[in-house]
Write a protein that binds this ligand. Structure first.
Ligand code: ADP
Ligand code: MG
Length: 604
């Protein structure tokens, strides 16, 4: 029940007095209903259906006396009008309460979505390394949907509870003995429902896991659809889905069985209890007819509500895993917050004066293993120079760049920007000053123009074309059917890998960054285009600090500094010409083939 209380508390936090107002409304509606029930006695008495004397029902004697003192037509009209008024007022309140409930619920869910998304998007890179996208997508869609359902159940639960408490109180007021007797039976019933509530939660957990596997699987397969088709893996995947669907079906049916069992047993037990109850009531309380009628009416109104409470408890229990998954995501993202909000608003891009440097950086992806992605890395990247990072794949080149950008935090050692240690104070400024082309360039599912403007919203048409020209993308963009307004499909699937690299390069350049980082950004380009891009980079020399991870000899040769990484360690650094002097150097081994056959490096 903890998550439900958590959410009720959160609803209260979000809606404040509105929830209290709503709560008072619930009490009022419950009270009106009870008054309606109590009025039955004077009605029966006046109409002569039952001859109830004022002494018989002590707590209502004044009312019966009052009605008996006035003429029958008059008392009948008064009492029937009262009924009508009660029903109208109650209906009016119910209407308001329904709308209010919905407002609370929708407002809360909106806030929940916004908050979760904001925390998510502002979480650090490590968080995303540790989580599967599909799991996050699922929480943001299905689980939030479930939580919304859970909210309305909780509110319903609350109003049923208020209603039940008021009815029990009224019954107690009318006849304490009878009420205690019935409550005893009721508690017996509730005890037995505990078992089903626990079972329902168990079901919820299983269902959550199954649908997690389902969504993760489908996402994965669609991402790798080309591999599936290319290797004719369709049948394997179809079989996978069939097996999973069977499990889901089985699980759902088991839950329905559980629910129907609980309903069945509940009905049987309540019928037996009810019979026992009526038998004893009639035997024991025959002399108090008025109370008997009222208590029976009250409890007959109460019974379906108790059933509803019991059923919503089971439903809620099956939703609890969704609540918990969402809470866990919130908790994790809050702990993984990279920066406080204010840093995002005030940071400005800067110009690098001296350069970037690393001081004894140690970095592990997995703290439990004794494997270092970077080990004792010391380097200086001078401002406005071109630094090339080379090394075999898996050497830690991308990891190093991630550290320089503050995406990964080193477990030991520090990064300095112009001599100032990288911290949350200057992190956003640093990132705003960087133009970054990752190893696996990504384009948003929007027009080319939108993709470029996203990085630099104030860029003019001219600047966009200029950036495209620098990235050697001018020609092919001009040939696109709608030019800059051409839509690029999911992950830019409708343009080639090399074209995508050039667009992302243009996107990095349109920002006119102080630091340009290219992580194997030209690997998918043909020799000729690569040469053109290289010419652009050469032109930018002296005005931009460039960090280029590359395999091509041509790029490495013209760099001011080459850093050779292997197994997370810097094994050589210096000017290319100095490094190749030593025939046994690693760079020789790395580039050995290429020294003769220039440049034939295959993409990644
Ligand atoms: P490079 O860019 O030089 O090819 P990376 O920096 O990508 O190499 O990777 C360096 C090492 O760190 C590799 O051994 C790789 O397996 C490991 N690694 C990279 N990313 C992760 C990750 N997200 N989780 C765990 N290990 C990783
Ligand atoms: Mg890499």
């Amino acid at each position: 029940m903890k998550p439900i209380f958590y959410f009720i508390r959160k609803i209260y936090y979000f809606s404040g007095n509105v929830l209290i107002f709503n709560f008072i409304g619930m009490i009022f509606i419950g009270l009106l209903e009870s008054v309606g029930i109590v009025l039955i006695i004077p009605l029966l008495s006046i109409s002569g259906i039952l001859d109830i004397g004022s002494k018989e029902i002590f707590v209502l004697s004044w009312l019966i006396d009052y009605f008996q003192a006035i003429p029958k037509t008059q008392s009948l009209s008064v009492i029937l009008s009262l009924f009508v008024v009660i029903i109208i007022v109650q209906a009016w309140f119910s209407r308001h309460q329904t709308i209010l409930n919905k407002k609370i619920q929708e407002g809360f869910v909106r806030q929940l979505r916004q908050e979760t998304y904001k925390n998510l998007i502002q979480a650090n890179w490590k968080f995303f390394l540790e989580h599967r996208n599909s799991d996050i997508v699922k929480i943001m869609t299905t689980e939030i949907g479930n939580v919304k359902k859970g909210l309305s159940l909780s509110l319903e639960f609350l109003s049923s509870l208020v209603f039940a408490v008021i009815h029990i109180m009224i019954a107690f007021w009318l006849s304490p003995k009878m009420t205690v007797f019935i409550l005893f039976l009721g508690i017996l019933l509730l005890l037995f429902s505990r078992y089903f509530v626990t079972k329902s939660k168990q079901f919820g957990i299983e269902q959550l896991e199954l649908s997690r596997i389902y969504i993760a699987g489908i996402t994965d397969h669609l991402n790798g659809i080309k591999d599936i088709k290319g290797n004719t893996l369709e049948v394997t995947h179809v079989e996978w889905l069939y097996a999973l669907c069977k499990k889901v079906e089985h699980n759902t049916i088991e839950f329905v069985k559980l629910r129907s069992n609980s309903q069945f047993i509940y009905r049987v037990v309540s019928a037996v209890l009810l019979a026992v109850f009526v038998f004893f009531l009639i035997e024991m309380f025959q002399s108090q007819r008025a109370q008997l009628i009222l208590v029976v009416v009250i409890f007959s109104r109460l019974w379906p509500i108790v059933t509803r409470i019991q059923s919503s408890l089971e439903n809620l229990a099956s939703i609890i895993p969704s609540f918990e998954a969402l809470l866990e995501l919130q908790d994790q993202t809050i702990h993984a917050q990279e920066l406080k909000d204010e840093y995002y608003y005030h940071a400005k891009a800067f110009h690098l004066k001296e350069g970037l440097s690393c001081q004894s950086i140690y970095f592990q992806y997995n703290l439990n293993e004794d494997v270092y992605a970077l080990k004792d890395v010391n380097l200086h990247i001078p401002a406005n120079d071109m630094t090339a990072i080379v090394g075999p794949s898996g050497a830690g080149k991308s990891t190093l760049v991630d550290i320089l950008m503050g995406l990964n935090q080193a477990q030991q050692g520090k990064v300095f920007i112009d001599g100032v240690a990288l911290s949350h104070e200057n992190l956003v400024s640093l990132r705003r000053s960087i133009g970054y082309v990752p190893q696996d360039p990504f384009l948003f599912n929007a027009s080319l123009r939108d993709n470029l403007l996203l990085i630099e919203p104030t860029a003019t048409e001219e600047q966009l074309w200029e950036a495209l020209a620098m990235a050697s993308a001018l020609e092919f963009v001009k040939k696109l059917p709608d030019g800059l307004d051409t839509l690029i499909g999911d992950r830019g699937i409708r343009i080639s890998g090399g074209e995508r690299q050039r667009i992302v390069l243009a996107r990095a350049l349109v920002r006119k960054p102080a630091i340009l980082i290219l992580d194997e950004a030209t690997s998918a380009l043909d020799t000729e285009t690569e040469l053109k891009v290289k010419e652009t980079l050469d032109r930018l020399r002296g005005s931009i600090t460039m960090i280029i991870i590359a395999h091509r000899l041509s790029t490495i040769r013209s760099a001011d500094q080459v850093i050779v990484l292997d197994q997370g360690e810097i094994i050589q650094k210096g000017r290319f010409t100095d490094l190749v002097k030593d025939k046994n150097s690693t760079i020789h081994q790395l580039l050995g083939r290429k020294m003769e056959a220039l440049p034939l490096e295959k993409a990644r």
